[in-house]
Design a protein around this ligand. Structure first.
Ligand code: ADP
Ligand code: ZN
Ligand code: ZN
Length: 724
């Protein structure tokens, strides 16, 4: 007799542990299989996460597994290990982790393999008589072409004739699984001879460890990735490449398909449920040997990994902010170690965290400091919008931007106008002098809460009066809110009525293939202008785009987030990287109300190292990550009394931990979350910041402060992107 530990596939804290069941002798159950088990008076689905020869319980009291669901292990061994790791390290529910590993259409059984009816001739048969013209035509067709789709033959020659042939056993009708066709642009592979810098990068990245590839925009990182992947495939290994959802452009997909053909599986949000199901199965059964996908692809069951690549590693979308919350980097590091393979983190603007790990020797730094074709980086011109205002221009566009746009139109070239939507409408700013209110204690910008008409610090919870007069210059001209893409397009049309203008944002790309269609129309439009949000910031490669306009660069600068300056630097660098990628020198017009902010000076000079030094130093002296840890515990419940009481109890215990480590805690407080109620649930949070030396110890004590039985949902986040 064998015994199985089963995790029930239910998102409920109370039953989120392993339950033991007997495996009946006539059932062949393997580790990682889905099974049906009796649970209370119900039959539920679960996953076998362990199999033992003996039980720690009274055998006679154990129930037996009823049946297997799939007949094979849907969760592979590596993923079971990963589940354990994520449960201990991130304090996530087992069932919610397992759900990450299977596409939901697979779990719910709502999507199946696509079966298509085919016909072919049988080996021996008697010819029908001469009058049966249609039947003879079908036979002739099948003789010539072999098998054919039932529907095609039926449409062409008539259902009647076909079904007669089948009844007479002349043709055989059968089903075959057909993979759903994924749409992508078919192009020819344009493999290039590597430049010496690219070659050096490929040669250096050869050991099974983690590399940080710092290559400026246009340095040809993609070609390096592809060469690395090719090398692993030749060795019989597989590859996993992650890109941020927004840079999963049609171009990227087309390039990978052109180079690696059928070996590529694509995982992204634009797939239909059926397509996702098929791609997942192609990966699971080893047909796909290169996976290209967004964040969730890190959980795909690809085996025998030789390399994992995280492109644009600094992107915040690699941190999942909905439940379960995880950081893709951590999962990648786990899989790298498990598979003993290469991990490459690539970016033109590495995160402060990754770069400091590289300087510490934890990752190996590989640099590509110049563009492939030797083109200079585009010239970034900083335009002081306050100055524009003083000269009577209160429009969205500055005079220099309009002039440059005119120039582009005249030359029949292209321009991109970037609208920064991050931190959308969240801060108040003086239009006259650029003043933005900051928290006295935390040195982060305050967030404007419209409904209460208050400014709040999202780090310490302190509240301030909303501005109606600027404390710095006395002006009443206080601005809040951001400019939308629609407005910008309208304004542009006023100035350039004959130029095709395209808009790319969440609204215009919600339908399937919209993304692709906008980009391909823009590609043909010369002159043409593309207006967009973060979506246009990266990945795109338009030869004739010689101008980039950044309408409101500061939007991401004054967020309540300690990373807001870093984000601004990354954004400006990435967006600027879209200009002048081919023969013509590019130009960037950056409109700002804070022209003297150091972030713009470093970005203007493409001085990542200088920026890193300044920013890292600031983080060190102000005690922010990566030199400390921010931990948020978020409680939510529909009943405000329950959540308030439960968090209070937890907070009291956390305070005791703080008393035990007085030198390590920099900050601790409890508060309502800025978004106090979401989907009818009230949200409260405990925020803390502590030093790194004893962080693991402290974290464990903190996790123990949360009552297992509390009614609220509880989530933990380390160094969250967003504290709303
Ligand atoms: P990055 O991702 O570093 O910004 P890309 O990978 O998009 O840069 O490459 C920029 C451009 O250079 C692309 O158009 C690409 O096709 C081209 N390219 C890459 N490698 C080479 C090479 N070795 N020779 C010529 N062109 C190249
Ligand atoms: Zn002012
Ligand atoms: Zn504060």
């Amino acid at each position: 007799m064998k015994f199985a530990s089963v995790v029930i596939d239910q998102d409920a804290k109370a039953i989120d542990r392993e339950f033991e069941y007997k495996i009946p002798d006539d059932l062949d159950i393997t580790l990682g299989e889905r099974v049906l088990v009796p649970f209370g008076n119900r039959t539920l689905q679960g996953f076998v996460v362990d199999i033992e020869d003996s039980s720690t319980f009274d055998e006679t009291k154990l129930k037996s597994i009823l049946s297997a669901v799939d007949g094979f292990a849907v969760i592979k061994k590596e993923m079971l290990e990963l589940m354990k790791y994520m449960a201990t390290k991130l304090h996530l529910k087992l069932a919610s982790i397992l759900r990450l590993f299977l596409p939901s259409e697979m779990r719910t059984g709502k999507v199946k393999e696509l079966l298509v009816r085919f016909v072919e001739l049988n080996d021996n048969f008697e010819m029908p008589n001469k009058n049966a013209k249609k039947q003879l035509e079908i036979i002739a067709y099948l003789k010539e072409n072999g098998k054919a789709k039932f529907s095609d033959i039926s449409n062409e020659f008539g259902y009647q004739a076909l079904s007669t042939l089948s009844k007479k056993n002349i043709v055989r009708v059968y089903f075959e699984e057909q993979k759903r066709n994924i749409d992508y642009d078919k192009i020819a592979d344009n493999k290039r001879v590597l430049t010496p810098l690219q070659q050096r990068a490929v040669d250096t990245i050869s050991e099974n460890k983690t590399y940080l590839l710092h290559g400026v925009t246009g340095s040809g990182k993609t070609e390096v990735y592809m060469n690395l992947i090719e090398r692993e495939l030749k060795k019989g290994k597989t590859a996993l490449m992650l890109v941020p959802e927004i840079s999963l452009t049609p171009q990227v997909l087309a390039n990978f398909k052109a180079r690696f053909g059928e070996a590529v599986a694509l995982i992204h949000s634009g797939l239909s449920a059926g397509e996702r199901f098929d791609e997942w199965r192609r990966i699971f059964f080893g047909e796909a040997r290169v996976v290209v996908g967004a964040r969730s692809a890190i959980f795909t069951p690809i085996e025998n990994l030789g390399i994992i690549i995280i492109d644009e590693e600094h992107e915040q979308s690699y941190i999942s902010e909905s439940n379960p919350r995880y950081d893709t980097h951590e999962i990648a590091l786990f899989r790298r170690q498990y598979n003993d393979c290469i991990l490459v983190l690539g970016s033109a603007t590495p995160s402060i965290e990754s770069y400091s790990r590289a300087l510490d020797g934890e990752y190996q730094l590989v640099e590509m400091p110049v563009r492939v074709n030797g083109m200079e980086m585009p010239k970034i011109v900083i335009v002081d919008m306050i100055n524009e205002l003083r000269h009577g221009n209160s429009e969205i566009f500055s005079i220099p931007l309009l002039a440059e746009l005119g120039n582009v139109v005249e030359k029949k070239k292209q321009a991109m106008i970037f609208i920064n939507r991050r931190g959308f409408s969240s801060f108040q700013r003086c239009r006259e002098c650029g003043y933005v209110a900051k928290c006295k204690d935390c040195d982060v910008s305050l967030v404007y809460h419209r409904y209460e008409n208050k400014l709040k610090c999202h780090y310490c919870g302190k509240r301030y009066k909303a501005l109606d007069i600027c404390p710095s210059c006395g002006s009443h001209n206080i601005k809040q809110g951001a400019i939308g893409t629609e407005r910008v397009v309208e304004e542009l049309k006023r100035f350039f009525p004959d130029v095709p203008i395209f808009r790319m944002d969440n609204d215009t790309t919600s339908t399937k293939n919209a993304h692709r269609s906008i980009l391909s129309q823009f590609r043909e439009a010369k002159p043409g202008i593309l207006v967009g949000t973060q979506m246009i910031a990266k990945g795109h490669d338009f030869e004739d785009c010689i101008l980039v306009g950044i309408v409101d660069a500061d939007q991401s600068l004054y967020q309540s987030d300690y990373r807001s300056i870093e984000r601004t630097f990354q954004l400006v660098t990435q967006v600027s990287g879209r200009a002048g990628r081919s023969k013509d020198q590019g130009k960037v017009i950056l409109q700002t109300y804070s022209p003297r902010h150091y972030v713009y000076r470093f970005a203007q000079n493409y001085d990542f190292k200088g920026f890193f030094k300044k920013e890292a130093n600031l983080r060190r002296v102000t005690n922010f990550p990566p030199y400390t840890k921010v931990l948020r515990i978020l409680f939510s419940h529909e009943d405000e009394n329950i959540v308030a009481n439960e968090i209070k109890l937890c907070y009291n215990k956390v305070q005791k931990v703080k008393e035990k480590y007085p030198d390590d805690f920099i900050y601790l407080d409890v508060m309502k979350s800025p978004l106090n109620r979401i989907k009818t649930k009230y949200r409260y949070q405990i925020l803390m910041r502590f030093k790194l030396e004893k962080a693991d110890e402290i974290e464990n004590e903190i996790y123990a402060c949360v009552d297992e039985k509390c009614k609220s949902s509880v989530f933990y986040e380390i160094n969250p992107n967003n504290l709303s």
